[in-house]
Design a protein around this ligand. Sequence first.
Ligand code: SAM
Length: 212
Amino acid sequence: MRLRKIANAENILKNNSQYVKLVPQEFKGKWKAFFNNSNPIHIEVGMGKGQFIINMAKNYPEINYIGIEVVQSVMVRSVEKLKEAKLQNVILVCIDANFLNDVFENGEVERIYLNFSDPWPKKRHEKRRLTHHTFLSIFKEILLVDGEIHFKTDNQKLFEYSIISMSHFNMEFNYISLDLHKSNFEKNIMTEYEERFHSQGQRIYRMEANFK
Ligand code: SAM
């Protein structure tokens, strides 16, 4: 995500601990207690500036949302949005997705959203793609049986790669759209990237999948 680096981002995040957890490991296995209810937990990995997860939280108060983002300067933007939104059912976590096992107990999460994940087109960077099998094995552990991954992208090559990677991982697909905005999917909430690509006339790909 292209964004000016915020010099004191870490301090800003530390001073907003009611919105963002910098040491989320202490909540592992206790997220429902944290939210003080037994509602399902949905996470977005690589949430960027937070538009999607905050709007999801507004629309679905019966779900607990956790937004994951590794870049602190980007996270500051989400904190600003979340402050204005005044929601009880969303919290942000600043961590690399490689360490999600340290943050969530096995089966603690019911749904994972991957929206416009960085495509990392070079072969030598394949391991950084969030649908690489190393991430899929982490997602499989933290997801409840039958929990789903919902994935959107404008990038055809990343979409194809992800379908193949997930198929090799023995996942099954419950929904695939090769042109989301011309499909009959009615519940779409746009992300920042999606708004930009859609306004440029770019096609958006979407799928829902689960581990067998
Ligand atoms: N989901 C947002 C959207 O659709 O507008 C942001 C998309 S942006 C292209 C991808 C985001 O994923 C960036 O903010 C990046 O920092 C974050 N990201 C990439 N790899 C990550 C990782 N391993 N763990 C957590 N966040 C990651």
